[in-house]
Design a protein around this ligand. Structure first.
Ligand code: GLC
Length: 718
């Protein structure tokens, strides 16, 4: 056993059972900051001073001075001088806020996302944070669920690439590097499949669906070395994840070999009572520790019941020892025993957080995250276009950071108006809000007056950031309030107009798509949002974003996703009149905008898609090549996508699955041959007996600019 482990073992042996159990509690910083008694919701935790000064970790505290003060006071009151771990939700930046993850994923640039996580880790660690509850890698198919904003979309393979990128960015050279933070992947597992998109709702699916679609990205984070896993509020196979022994001990620790720390989500241990699998707090504590949850976040069933459960012989103290050892090891890996203040640095905090270099990266990522959905000759605007009217609730709103924006401050965000003024000068910009985001307010006359003075119009529309994120479920996912009324009136004028959307989910914008000549999906673009949008609208950046989550034609179509099954009665072409097939009477099957979709200011042509062989052997490889030509007048980036279909297998298989992509830059007129290597491991799936293998037979390879416009070539696995 290594020296460190020997030392930790000795420390563990010197702790009382009560002290050990307290290490398994995570509480909010209020308990360390208060002067008087704790009141309000925290009161129900009924924590004594002794428990508070033996709790193992704290969540939500940020700031070098604050965290150092809490740590100092804590260590003065802790018999063993075991430092606290400081954890927080650094989801898409700490003080410099990057676009929401669903936006960053549209960059199809894992390296850039890794860079953003690196910066987030640097800023957070300087502010005294040791662990981030990120990445959230829940696969999503239902935009009614507000937390789609935190995810990277509907494809398991792409989600896995981003999961790895986030973990690498956060953990960097290792947890001993004081500018890194430990990564806690969440929410294990399949939280994104809540029924009807209603947060915290039932999740129920086959094990095959769980393994094929929902689990891969968590496994990718574990394989990349994430230090922690957070359990989901929801159920797997009718058992809440937080007390699910199959999920945590058999699969996560057994099958995947994860030996890091498992933490519950906020109150999730206690919520197993409401779920109906624990009669009381004692049973909740028993089931959670037996399932393998090491840290109970913000409920106190462990500290109130584990000691007696051990004394009654119902829970083996060894389970507590192994949990506490994992927590102590994490503190060791973070270097907290050597330096409990780790990277916290009040002086560096003033110069590093939100520095120009970080803002520059935020601007670059935001521009790559935006998706040009429509452009009928409107964009890019010429910088000498004359007067530009910015109309709508997001014309000069600064709440553009999105949910989970940690220490980001709206007042530090570059608004759309500021970005446009910086681009073309104050004298060329007219602003009229026209209506607010949510309400009934509507001032059409001011909006029309502004529009009539302008040579071009930007309609700045969207959701309020509180309409997505946790507990942000919406049954109707249209533009809220009177925004569509405003848009209709302004578009009536027939001037060059682009709609810029600020939103945390795919919206139902079918009518807007019909009446607007140009639409730019800006998502919640973060601190540099206004500058990034201006860079795109005026052509300094050619948009290259591609959707990673389908935009439904209507909410009635949900869930709609590209990697679906064919069914026994596929509809085939959209104009198919045959009644008795899988279709709607009133809408198309296809989404409004499909997975992988996005436009550029130039055009690309795909030709000569060939396979160097149409027979693939188990240890062989096929080279799929396609020629991509920039047929437009501007340089631009194209995301060349490879999909594969397993036409017939022992279980039904998706009509296509993303298996590769290359983001390439082409000058006007330039052609490039893009090659993809297809090998047998890419064809493996969970068969009837859940063995993860390929099966010989017919396959189809597809390449194209998105999941709907594809060239195809058949091949066979022999
Ligand atoms: C929340 C969220 C989780 C977050 C945790 C701590 O309820 O579900 O994503 O990390 O609490 O804030």
């Amino acid at each position: 056993m290594q020296n460190n482990e020997v030392r930790l073992k000795k420390l563990l042996e010197s702790m009382t059972l009560k002290e050990k159990i307290s290490q398994m509690l995570q509480i909010a910083p209020n308990f360390y900051l208060r002067q008087g008694a704790i009141t309000g919701p925290m009161e129900e935790l009924e924590l004594t001073e002794d428990i508070i000064y033996n709790a193992g970790s704290v969540l939500g505290a940020a700031g070098a001075e604050l965290t150092m003060d809490i740590q100092r006071k804590y260590l003065e009151n802790n018999r063993h001088k075991i430092p606290l771990i400081f954890m927080a939700d650094v989801i898409h930046g700490f003080r410099t806020i990057f676009p929401i993850p669903l936006a960053m994923a549209c960059s199809w640039n894992p390296e850039l996302v890794e860079e953003s996580a690196r910066v987030a880790a640097k800023e957070a660690s300087i502010a005294g944070i040791h662990v981030t509850f990120s990445p959230m890698v829940d696969l999503v198919r239902d935009p009614r669920w507000g937390r789609v904003m935190e995810s990277t979309g509907e494809d398991p393979w792409l989600n896995s690439l981003f999961a790895r990128a986030f973990v690498r960015g956060y953990q960097g050279k290792g947890l001993s590097d004081k500018e890194s933070v430990a990564s806690c992947v969440k929410h294990f597992a399949a939280y994104g499949a809540v029924e009807a998109g209603r947060d915290y709702n039932t999740v129920d699916m086959s094990e095959r669906t769980l393994r094929e679609y929902y689990l891969p990205a968590y496994k990718a984070a574990v394989d990349e070395g994430c230090a922690m896993v957070m359990t989901a509020f929801t159920t797997v196979d009718s058992i809440p994840s937080t007390v699910n022994q199959w999920l945590l001990r058999d699969l996560l620790r057994g099958e995947w070999g994860f030996d890091g720390v498992i933490i519950s989500d906020w109150g999730a241990v206690k919520e197993t009572i409401a779920h109906g699998v624990a009669a009381d707090g004692q049973e909740a504590a028993e089931k959670a520790i037996k399932a393998g949850v090491d840290i109970e976040m913000m409920s106190s069933e462990y500290v109130h019941h584990l000691e007696s459960l051990v004394q009654k012989g119902i829970v083996d103290e060894a389970l507590i020892d192994e949990a506490v050892m994992r927590i102590l090891k994490l503190k060791e890996q973070l270097g907290l025993f050597e330096n409990p203040y780790r990277g916290a640095d009040p002086e560096r905090e003033k110069t590093v957080l939100l520095c120009d270099e970080h803002r520059k990266l935020a601007r670059k990522i935001a521009a790559q995250s935006m998706v040009l959905l429509k452009n009928q000759g409107v964009l890019p605007f010429d910088k000498n276009i004359g007067k530009v009217a910015i109309i709508g609730p997001y014309a000069e709103a600064n709440h553009i950071l999105g949910g989970w924006s940690c220490e980001g401050r709206n007042e530090e965000a570059v608004t759309l108006k500021q970005g446009i003024v910086a681009k073309i000068g104050q004298d060329n910009v007219i602003v009229a809000e026209g209506c607010d985001v949510m309400g009934e307010q509507l001032n059409l006359s001011s909006a029309i007056a502004a529009a009539q003075q302008a040579d071009a119009i930007i309609l700045a529309l969207g959701e309020h950031p509180d309409m997505s994120g946790e507990a942000g479920s919406r049954a109707f996912i249209t533009l809220p309030g009177k925004q569509l009324v405003l848009a209709r009136a302004v578009l009536e004028l027939g001037k060059p107009t682009v709609v810029v959307l600020f939103n945390g989910r795919p919206l139902e914008i079918t009518e807007l798509d019909y009446i607007a000549p140009a639409i730019l999906e800006a998502w919640f673009p973060g601190t540099e949002g206004g500058n990034a949008i201006a860079d795109i609208l005026f052509g300094d950046v050619n948009p290259s974003g591609r959707l990673t989550m389908s935009f439904p034609y209507t909410v009635g179509q949900i869930p709609v996703y590209y990697n679906c099954y064919n069914t026994g009665r596929p509809k085939g072409r959209e104009n198919n009149e045959f009644r008795f097939c899988s279709k709607y009477l009133d809408i198309p099957n296809a989404p409004l905008y499909p997975f992988g979709y996005g436009l550029s200011y130039t055009t690309f042509q795909y030709s000569d898609f060939v396979l160097d062989s149409n027979k693939l052997t188990v240890d062989g490889a096929i080279t799929a090549s396609v020629t991509v030509t920039n047929t437009g007048k501007r340089a631009g980036e194209e995301v060349v996508q490879l999909y594969i279909r397993d036409v017939s297998a022992s279980v039904v298989r998706p009509v296509k699955e993303l298996k590769g992509f290359q983001k390439i830059y082409l000058e006007p007129g330039e052609s490039r041959k893009v090659n993809f290597i297809i090998t047998e491991p890419m064809l493996r799936f969970h068969r009837k007996d859940f063995s993860f293998k390929s099966e010989p037979g017919h396959f189809i390879a597809f390449v194209g600019p998105n999941s709907a416009q594809l060239l195809e070539q058949p091949f066979e696995l022999v």
